[in-house]
Design a protein around this ligand. Structure first.
Ligand SMILES: *Cc1c(COP(=O)(O)O)cnc(C)c1O
Length: 412
C-alpha cells in the first residue's frame, strides 16, 4: 500500500490508463530502483533509514507516505499488492503470510463481539473452523447455509449480520454461488460480501465486478502456481484496506515475507496463461472421464451437466477452472472407497497430494482427507462420497494424465 519515498525511474503511475488485466499482471509494480533492474527487486530488509528526524516523525504519524518497518510495509510486498489489486480490479490489496491469515485479518478487522456472519457449509475446512468455532469464542456467531440457494442466505441474515463470506466455485464439487445476488443481499443489510477466489483466480473471475467488497486469496495456490511458498491477500477498497485491515496488520503481524511476495509476484505474470491452459486441460479430462466405463459421474462446472453450469460460465469468463472431480463406478460405499484408493495407488506420474494450485497434476480422495473429519451424514450433505476423486489438473500431456488415471480405473 505504501508509496515509495522518492519515485524511481519508472513508477507504475507512468502506465497509460485502460490497460487490460493481462497486461497489468506483467507491468504493475513499484518503481524500479536506481539500478534499473528489469525483474522486480527483492528487498530483504526489516527496517528503513529515514533522511531526517522530521521525516521519521512525519512517516510514523502517517502524515507522509514512506516505509518505516517491514511488519507493515516492504517494496516487494507492495509490488505484489499493487499487481494483485490491478488484476482483481480493486483499489487496493493487502498481502498476508497465508490464505488463512488473510481470512483472520478480515474477521479481526471488520467484526466485533455480538456480530454475525453468514457463510456456506461447503467452504474450505479451515475457514469453516475459524468462522464457525474459533470466532464463537470471541462472541461472533455464524450461520452456515446452502452454497447454491440464495433464499437460505437471505433467511439467515439478522440485524447483527456484518459479513457474508462465500467461496465460489467450491472444493471438491465446484458448487457455484450467485455473487451478484449475495452482494445485493449483503448491502441491503449493511454487511460486506467477501468472496474467496482461490479456485479460479482473477484470471477467470473477478468477484469485485459482481459486487464483492473483499476478494480473499490464498497465494499458496494458483497465484504462485508452482507449489513453492505460502502467501495470502485481501483485495478491497482503499478505505477498507487503510482503515480496517492495515491496523490489523500492524497489531497482528500476519505479514507476508518479501521472498514469498516476490515468488508470487513473478507467478502472477503467467497466471492468465496457466489458468487458461489448465482449464482447457481440465475440460478435456472431464469430457474424457465422462466416456469411461469405470466412472459414474463427473463434477465440473465446464460441463453442461453441472447444475450451475450457466452461472459458472457467466462468472468465470466461460471457463470451468482447473479442478475436476469424479465418482468411480461402484455398487457400495466400501467398493467405491476401495476403487478410488485403487486409482490413487496405481498412479505413477500424477501426485498423490491433497493440495491444489500446482502445474503438476494432483489427485486426492476428499472423503478420507480434506473431508475426513466430517460425519458420514455431513459428507453425504456435502456430496462427498467414498468413490469421489478430485483432480487438480496440471500441465502434463493429456495422454499421460489419462493413461495414469486408467492404470487403476476399472475399465468395464
Ligand atoms: C488453501 C485455501 C485456503 C487457505 O490458504 P492457505 O494459504 O493454505 O492458508 C483458503 N481458501 C481456499 C479455498 C483454499 O483452497
Amino acid at each position: 500500500m505504501t508509496q515509495p519515498p522518492s519515485p524511481g525511474p519508472a513508477p507504475t503511475s507512468d502506465l497509460p490508463e485502460g490497460l487490460h488485466p493481462q497486461t497489468l499482471a506483467l507491468r504493475t509494480a513499484m518503481p524500479r530502483s536506481a539500478y534499473g533492474e528489469h525483474s522486480e527487486a527483492l528487498y530483504l530488509t526489516s527496517g528503513y533509514v529515514q533522511d531526517t528526524a522530521e521525516a521519521a516523525a512525519a512517516r510514523f504519524a502517517g502524515d507522509e507516505e514512506g516505509f518505516t518497518y517491514a511488519r507493515y510495509g516492504n517494496p516487494t510486498v507492495a509490488s505484489l499488492e499493487q499487481r494483485l489489486a490491478a488484476m482483481e480490479g480493486t483499489q487496493a490489496a493487502i498481502a498476508t503470510a497465508s490464505g488463512m491469515s488473510a481470512i483472520l485479518m478480515l474477521c479481526l478487522g471488520v467484526l466485533k463481539a455480538g456480530d454475525h456472519v453468514v457463510c456456506s457449509h461447503s467452504m474450505f475446512g479451515a475457514t469453516v473452523k475459524l468462522i464457525g468455532s474459533d470466532l464463537a469464542r470471541f462472541g461472533v456467531q455464524a450461520t452456515f447455509v446452502s452454497q447454491t440457494n440464495p433464499d437460505e442466505w437471505a433467511k439467515a441474515i439478522t440485524p447483527q449480520t456484518r459479513l457474508l463470506f462465500a467461496e465460489t466455485p467450491t472444493n471438491p464439487l465446484g458448487d457455484v454461488c450467485d455473487m451478484t445476488a449475495l452482494a445485493d443481499m449483503a448491502h441491503r443489510a449493511g454487511a460486506l460480501l467477501a468472496v474467496d477466489n482461490c479456485f479460479v483466480t482473477p484470471a477467470l473471475q473477478r468477484p469485485a465486478q459482481w459486487g464483492a467488497d473483499v476478494v480473499v486469496h490464498s497465494g499458496t495456490k494458483y497465484l504462485d502456481g508452482q507449489g513453492r511458498v505460502m502467501a495470502g491477500a485481501l483485495c478491497a477498497s482503499a478505505a477498507l484496506v487503510q482503515e480496517k485491515l492495515m491496523p490489523m496488520l500492524r497489531s497482528g503481524g500476519m505479514t507476508l515475507a518479501p521472498f514469498n511476495a516476490w515468488v508470487v509476484l513473478k507467478g502472477l505474470e503467467t497466471l492468465q496463461l496457466r489458468l487458461q491452459a489448465q482449464s482447457a486441460q481440465a475440460l478435456q479430462l472431464a469430457q474424457w472421464l465422462q466416456t469411461q466405463p469405470g466412472v459414474a459421474h463427473v463434477h465440473y462446472t465446464g460441463l453442461p451437466s453441472h447444475p450451475q453450469h450457466h452461472l459458472a460460465m457467466r462468472q468465470q469468463s466461460g471457463q470451468g477452472g482447473p479442478i475436476v472431480s469424479f465418482d468411480v463406478r461402484a455398487s457400495s460405499p466400501e467398493q467405491a472407497r476401495q476403487r478410488a484408493f485403487g486409482v490413487i495407488n496405481a498412479l505413477r506420474v500424477l501426485s498423490r497430494s491433497t493440495n491444489i494450485g500446482d502445474t503438476k497434476t494432483l489427485v486426492t480422495h476428499p472423503a478420507s482427507t480434506s473431508h475426513g473429519r466430517l460425519s458420514e451424514a455431513q459428507r453425504q450433505a456435502a456430496g462427498v462420497g467414498q468413490g469421489l476423486l478430485r483432480v487438480a489438473v496440471g500441465l502434463e500431456h493429456m495422454d499421460d494424465i489419462q493413461a495414469d488415471l486408467l492404470r487403476g480405473l476399472p475399465t468395464a
